[in-house]
Design a binder for this molecule. Structure first.
Ligand SMILES: *Cc1c(COP(=O)(O)O)cnc(C)c1O
Length: 401
């Protein structure tokens, strides 16, 4: 009876966190697996990991990082705090190799190095107002939705896991896995192509339609290109800046996690073009680059010198060959999965320009029913597609990584 709850002026929490549903998927998977394991103690359970790489860091990156560790032990080469935006040599390598070589007019000064696209796609909301209308694809990378819930940009979730106030754009077999351009106005739009989790891609024409929509509506597109290295079709765009006009309406996120195995090493980047504008509440135009630069300089102290040297090595001749081999390995896995599941009579999507294979559940089974069937008959643990959004119902993801 003398508990703290008796204090009347207790500190309060951010109530928006209490709206989050994401805590539900993995505990429910664990509950079903534990129950199965208890009743079938001898079953050799295979757990398909979700969304992590398996292959070690490329040698070029390791060699560069070892050299960088040695630099740190040498008084003349030692580095303390680096630039919050990242070292110039890394930003120039990225601008040259990833953007200018593909005809994108992106300057090194528009690139911000960070410790991950997960953080960047969440943190970017810091510089936007709270009254924007937000559109996401469905299914979706959960970070985009949950960070908006945390920021108070949504209402409560319904039992399908859809939050009030968000515009959901289904990507399903019915629309050929193309995110439909909304009929209403969205201020902030999250697009991820090649797509996690469906493995679908966006053509130049499709991205052009998005850029035209964004320019007509004064919207900003958040383009997540984490899987661009997996594009095998030479006609597909790797960057949204390959589309004319995108500098006026898009921010792009990239990461070394999936092309170079940096999920545990941590390095990514965000591109904010200098002329990209949004409105202040007094109606004036504000350059987003200035706000993001201010945000990063205040709340972030840069990525370690050692890791940035590792990332720079991705652009060396050896590094380029090694990441190509790495990506090919995962694409080969995706191909095997795709071909074997197709041969087994399943309808399978993705897995060609992305490590993700997206399987339609057979006989109209719900994704949780398919989860149970897979667990009980094959002792394999997957993830139900409905966990990625209401339109993921009836699908089951498989990751080639
Ligand atoms: C893996 C992944 C990222 C990369 O996240 P990091 O924090 O850089 O590891 C970004 N977006 C999507 C959709 C991803 O699947």
């Amino acid at each position: 009876m003398f508990g703290r709850s008796f204090q009347v002026n207790m500190a309060t929490v951010n109530d928006n966190y209490l709206k989050l549903k994401a805590g539900y998927l993995f505990p429910e998977i664990a509950r079903r697996v534990n129950e199965f394991a208890k009743n079938n103690p001898d079953a050799p359970i295979i757990r398909l990991g979700i969304g992590d790489v398996t292959e070690p860091l490329p040698e070029a990156c390791r060699t560069a990082m070892i050299q960088a560790v040695n630099d740190m032990g040498d008084r003349t080469k030692f580095k303390g705090y680096g630039p919050e935006q990242g070292y110039e040599w890394l930003r120039v390598a990225i601008a040259t190799h990833d953007f200018q070589s593909r005809g994108c007019n992106i300057d090194a000064s528009e690139i911000f190095i960070s410790d991950g696209s997960k953080c960047d796609t969440g943190n970017i909301l810091d510089i936007f107002g709270d009254n924007n209308t937000i559109a996401v694809t469905d299914p979706v990378y959960p970070v985009y939705v949950d960070t908006n819930v945390m920021a108070g940009h949504t209402g409560d979730a319904n039992d399908k896991g859809e939050y009030g106030g968000l515009i959901y754009l289904p990507i399903t077999a019915e629309n050929n896995f193309t995110a439909q351009i909304p009929t209403q106005k969205a201020d902030l739009i999250y697009l991820c192509f090649p797509n996690n989790p469906t493995g679908s891609v966006a053509t130049k024409e499709h991205l052009k339609a998005w850029v035209d929509y964004a320019k007509a509506n004064g919207s900003i597109i958040f383009f997540d290109a984490a899987y661009e290295a997996y594009i095998t079709d030479p006609t597909l765009p790797h960057s949204i800046y390959e589309i004319e006009g995108a500098r006026d309406c898009a921010i792009e996120f990239r990461s070394f996690s999936k092309n170079a195995g940096f999920t545990g090493t941590r390095c990514a980047l965000t591109v904010v073009p200098k002329n990209l504008m949004a409105k202040a509440s007094d109606g004036s135009d504000v350059e987003l680059w200035k706000l993001w630069n201010r945000r990063q300089s205040t709340k972030f102290n840069g990525v370690s010198y050692i890791v940035q040297r590792g990332a720079e090595a991705v652009y060396s001749t050896e590094g380029q060959a090694q990441i190509k081999a790495l990506v090919s390995f995962y694409l080969e896995n995706a191909k095997i999965i795709r071909e074997q599941l197709t041969a087994a009579g399943l309808k399978v999507y993705g897995g060609v320009n992305a490590p993700y294979v997206w399987v339609q559940t057979p006989n109209g089974l719900s994704s949780w029913d398919f989860f149970d069937k897979l667990l009980h008959t094959c002792n394999v643990v997957g993830t139900p597609g409905s966990g990625f959004g209401a339109a993921g119902e009836g699908y089951f993801p498989h990751f080639g990584v």
